[in-house]
Design a protein around this ligand. Sequence first.
Ligand SMILES: [Zn+2]
Length: 296
Amino acid sequence: MPEGDTVWRQAQALHRALAGRTVTRASLRFPQVAEVDLTGLPIHGALARGKNILLRVGDITVHSHLKMDGLWQLYGQGTDGRWERWRQPAQQVRAIIEASPRRDQTGLVAGSQPVQAVGFLLGLLDVFPSSAEESKLGHLGPDLLSPVWSDQLAQQAVTNLLARPDRPIGPALLDQGNLAGIGTIYRAETLFLTGIHPQTPVAAVPNLTALVQTAHLLLDANRNRPLRVTRTNDQPLWCYGRAGKPCYRCGAAIILEDLSEQGVGADRYAAGHLLARPEDTDRISFRCPNCQPLLG
Ligand SMILES: [Zn+2]
């Protein structure tokens, strides 16, 4: 599942490429929105809300979610008027939005070329009036990459987490209704850095505010960085993806375990085990058995 920083970067790229242009052609390949016609509408821009990308066109919002493997890519036009060749297979296309060269008050911006945004393997594509954004996305908790992140938003995330005090913190951190933006990588890294066992009941986590702020810092530090680093450039991650390897703090072997809520930690995977189904990746986590003792 893409992390919030990946989604944020894709929304930024869409925003830079598309804002200030006009839709010249759009093809939305989800049945419930296939008839929507965006042609001729001005593109205001794109932004991320948690793991959702909102593209505002006219008074409409095109909402996409990358789910497991989705991504947006941008393509230009050659001098012969043909679009660049896609870097992903055509059968993975879920949305195409083509836009005019950019204009400003004085007319066409010099050198501006048409652009094509293509969404591949999007997990969700929806279209609704922009005025309905809040009701459509109001279920999301505070956005860890919000431009107005604050102590109040951190406190709101803590309050949301504490609404189910007995729930293990591992699954609770992935619940985008509590706080938005964390995927399995930042969950593992945040829990490691705060020394928390993922099975710890939410109410028994000693400093939930520090934990939420750690997640925010990690995501924020990586928002413009393609290589995700929570440690050093040479050894970028503390524990995610390091099953069987020695913990950088204590030397114990990092373990990979199942965090499904039915049986948290019940069936522990062998080091290096490859997961059979992509949906399983939400359940797995990496942990140091020494540095993250079980509390509560
Ligand atoms: Zn350790």
